[in-house]
Design a binder for this molecule. Structure first.
Ligand SMILES: *Cc1c(COP(=O)(O)O)cnc(C)c1O
Length: 419
């Protein structure tokens, strides 16, 4: 691997996605935190402006006469999200938030079980654990007695073999992330789905850290359900509407959190007292679709679809491979890679470990490089492929080398203030 700046420039010149950067307002010189909050694109901004205009011009008629009609905004976005996760149109809807979607989907499947056992992992994002345990508690079950927690042997990754070993016939539901938020490990969804189904367990995934950067094939794998948010790699903005997938074989199930927005669409406005849920993923909507939190996603999906998810994944892996090579080649031994080196096991970001990662993250921010710190020792760097150049990665690692060599981070207090 040629680790010179010249080589980085050559790769940028040959990058088929290079032009996509122009569609974004990237807020910092080096914004490598797009796995937490993606930046604004012109497309997202225009889509948001359009619904504001529709509200101005149409008022209540926007529900039926806007383009797309607000009444079907969740389904409209579901159709557009479906190819990114490998689902049929009616298996996906944009709705609620990720946490709420975990509550309603895990809750729905728990409703049919009288002595449930849920398999989770110890490295998942906290909200996922909170929601699963709350759903058990709400049904009168002790969460400790009704969960199996797969442990990590290295504090970074989950071994699929350990998931398989923990899967007994007593397990009813497996709920795991696709990509771990700290190490960036991409789990083998196919292997886990097969193992879960071999034990007659349902399997669901949280795709928050993979949707928009890793293509998925949920329907073909037979995954039972999935949830994700749209403000990370999908760049739909803070608090933007989340997404969910429910395999069509479950569409007759009654959602745990019922609401009129999940009602059969044709009769929703008849305002009946009896609840007839839609027989699509749309049934897991709850209340009125938050149109202003949904519209930016309509715009940002234009960017993703124009670029094509397979091309996005290809560039993402090229960027993270390059980043790992630079860390190996240019940084001292206090730095190490906390993400899988095998590209097939890696999502879109890289965990760079260093004993002083907290202060280094702060020092980097003052140099215009915005990544983030994840305790205890991870500086997370996400070269998001739609707006990050190879030369940006080169510069980020050069700055990191400089901060370490000059010990420029030592003046930062651990609470992030400059001392
Ligand atoms: C970002 C993220 C969430 C966020 O959930 P919200 O309901 O949007 O706050 C949940 N789970 C995982 C794994 C995430 O990475």
């Amino acid at each position: 691997m040629d680790t010179t700046r010249e080589a980085a420039r050559e790769r940028d010149a040959a990058d088929p996605l290079a032009e996509y950067r122009d569609r974004f307002d990237v807020p910092d010189d080096y914004y490598v935190d797009g796995n937490s909050l993606g930046p604004l694109s012109d497309d997202a901004e225009d889509a948001l402006a359009r619904v504001v205009e529709e509200w101005r011009d149409l008022g209540i008629r926007g529900w039926t006469d806007a383009n797309p009609p607000w009444f079907r905004y969740g389904e409209h976005l579901g159709d557009r999200l479906a190819p990114l996760v490998g689902a049929r149109d009616h298996e996906v809807v944009a709705a609620n938030s990720t946490t709420v979607n975990i509550h309603t989907l895990v809750g729905t499947l728990l409703n049919g079980l009288d002595d449930p056992l849920v398999l989770v992992d110890e490295l998942n994002f906290p909200t996922d654990t909170y929601a699963v345990r709350a759903q058990l508690r709400n049904r009168g079950f002790d969460p400790d007695a009704h969960t199996v927690v797969v442990e990590s042997s290295d504090g970074r990754t989950i071994d699929e073999a350990d998931v398989e070993a923990a899967l007994t016939d007593d397990v009813d539901l497996v709920f795991l992330p696709s990509v771990l938020y700290r190490s960036g490990q991409l789990l083998d969804l196919e292997r886990i789905t097969e193992a879960a189904h071999a034990h007659d367990a349902y399997v669901g995934f949280d795709l928050a850290h993979s949707v928009g950067v890793v293509p998925h094939d949920l329907h073909a794998l037979g995954v039972d359900f999935a949830v994700w948010c749209s403000y990370k790699y999908l760049n739909a903005g803070p608090g933007s509407i989340a997404g969910l997938y429910v395999h069509e074989r479950h569409h007759e199930q009654t959602p745990a959190l019922a609401g009129w927005w999940g009602h059969e669409k044709d009769t929703q406005f008849e305002m009946r007292d009896t609840y007839t849920h839609a027989e699509t993923a749309g049934a897991w909507q709850i209340g009125t679709v938050p149109v202003f939190a949904a519209a930016p996603l309509d715009g940002s999906l234009d960017v993703v679809h124009d670029a094509d998810i397979d091309a996005i994944r290809e560039k993402s892996l090229a960027l993270t491979d390059y980043l790992i090579d630079l860390v190996d080649d240019r940084l001292d031994d206090d730095f190490s890679i906390g993400s899988p080196r095998d590209p097939e096991r890696r999502g879109g970001h890289v965990a760079i470990e260093h004993p002083d990662a907290a202060r280094i993250t702060e020092a980097m921010k003052d140099r215009g490089i915005v990544g983030d710190f994840r305790p205890p020792n991870v500086f997370r760097v996400c070269p998001s492929p739609l707006y990050t150049r190879f030369e940006d990665v080169y510069d980020v690692i050069e700055e990191l080398r400089d901060v370490a060599e000059t010990e420029g981070y030592r003046e930062y207090a651990l609470d992030g203030d400059v001392t």
